[in-house]
Design a protein around this ligand. Sequence first.
Ligand code: ARG
Length: 257
Amino acid sequence: MKKIFAAFLAAAMLASLGGCSSSSSTIDQIKKEGKLVMATNAAFPPFEYIEGNEPVGVDVDIAAEIAKDLGVTLEVSDMDFNAIIPAVQAGKASLGAAGMTVTDERKQQIDFSDEYVKSAQYVIVMKGSGVTVDSLSEAGIVIGVQEGTTGDFYATDEIKGDPNTEEVARYKNAIVASQDLMNGKCSAVIIDEMPAKSIVEANADTLELLPDVLTEESYAIAVKKGDAAFLEQVNKTIARLKSEGKIDEFLIKHTGE
Ligand code: ARG
């Protein structure tokens, strides 16, 4: 038991040292294992979703290109959104690709690649319910969100203005949040633009997307802090994909437009 604890401590210390040492480089680990591990939460179409039994999506395609440029294969590790940053920090995943919005708080924990997509928070409501953005702050109006996302932060801090509010229902993902909206357990769901559109499209008879744009956000890939060589490698692939028009291609492929 003591030994395990000591090993855990050592690992934790190494992880926190990541910021100033380059001795444990992600590229070395990827090449040694012959695979790049992408941490994600695959309930966020079109960026990551399950098709058959396989996680697919824009982020999976981007990570596959990063792996290809490193000459290794891609392994996708599906987990709770809140577990992605800790997995990257601990080196259990080479990177986190999950439609992850760049925020100052997250920048304290991991490094972000160059941004690859612009996004925003949108509101989904029941068709004909009359729920508006202005009504979301009213007492008794419960907002569904995915736990730990920028939608969660917006609903909690900006709309309810209370970190302890019980009127924000935090779900494991936007798909289960939307199911509870349809079951009448919440009045609205706040989630990123493209997942919102995809969820509303899949339930067009029941759900409606409000036109209001709540935030301005950009997505980037999360890597371990202080690993400049790997960050540069990730940015190189992103720059190549942008210049080849591949990111737009991936978006079209996964939205079916
Ligand atoms: N963009 C939002 C955020 O970074 C939500 C991301 C959720 N991603 C996912 N794969 N479930 O907080």
